[in-house]
Design a protein around this ligand. Structure first.
Ligand SMILES: [Zn+2]
Ligand SMILES: [Zn+2]
Length: 262
């Protein structure tokens, strides 16, 4: 049974690889297209004027700590209720857009549609949202995938974004400093305490590389900030290993109604 499953997964991976390579070859011959539709755009990695408004880009006012957008105008620097109640382990978190509408479509195209070619365009959107974080950090690193999931998906979407951000900023990218020691269940349906239990000890710093981050300011990159449980577990591991500060930059973030209302 396990062997059959493994064969199916490998076969599916190869099909996806060929499809992706074929599309990459075809795309090189065609004028650049919008990241969300087939409209022609000036450069690869852009959105057309019709698709742009469908993406909920996050702008001020937002919580200075976790970056959740406030629903109504508030005084500068107002921290959200969640951060006041339970201070996150990261110094600041920012995301390019809300996970919903065109933003959700972008994430799913990139993550599940084999559109790894979107990484530079998506990283450019993250760069706009997290410019101060990128300027102030010493190093960039992605949230790790467990090797079993990496094998099935063939790529770590967070690592692709981290690498693209490293390319445009010149900051070093530590691709395998954080490691998943074991696979974890999907966290979406678990409550806060259960999520924390599920992640306890699952993410760790490679002891052989720990010296590289001692006293350094790190920028952690992920595709979607959902509950914050995974990035929080990564941040705690990094701080325990001696990092001076960790900030978080994601492509999208889930914003629940109760979060955006102050
Ligand atoms: Zn479009
Ligand atoms: Zn907050």
């Amino acid at each position: 049974m396990q062997d059959t499953l493994a064969v199916q997964i490998v076969s599916r991976s190869w099909k996806r690889l060929w499809r992706s390579a074929w599309r990459g070859g075809v795309d090189a011959l065609l004028p650049p297209q919008c990241m969300l539709c087939t409209a022609q755009v000036d450069e690869p990695g852009r959105l057309c004027l019709d698709c742009w408004p469908s993406v909920g880009f996050i702008a001020d006012p937002c919580c200075p700590t976790c970056g959740v957008p406030h629903a109504v105008p508030v005084p500068d620097g107002l921290v959200c209720g969640a951060c006041l109640k339970d201070t996150p382990p990261f110094a600041r978190a920012r995301a390019a857009f809300v996970y919903g509408g065109g933003g959700r479509d972008l994430v799913l195209r990139f993550k599940r549609g084999d559109r790894t070619d979107l990484a530079p365009g998506l990283a450019a959107l993250m760069r706009q949202a997290g410019a101060p974080l990128l300027t102030e950090c010493d190093m960039i690193l992605p949230v790790p995938l467990h090797r079993w999931r990496l094998w099935r998906r063939r790529f770590n979407q967070s690592a692709l974004l981290a690498r693209a951000l490293g390319g445009v900023t010149g900051k070093p990218v530590l691709l395998d400093l954080l490691q998943r020691r074991r696979a974890t269940r999907s966290l979406g349906r678990l409550n806060r305490a259960a999520r924390r239990r599920e992640l306890a000890g699952a993410i760790a710093v490679d002891p052989g590389q720990a010296a590289a981050i001692r006293g350094r300011r790190l920028l952690l990159v992920d595709d979607v900030f959902t509950t914050g449980a995974t990035v929080n577990a990564c941040c705690r591991a990094l701080l325990r290993a001696g990092a001076a500060e960790v900030t978080v930059l994601t492509l999208a973030r889930v914003v629940r109604a109760e979060q955006s209302a102050i």
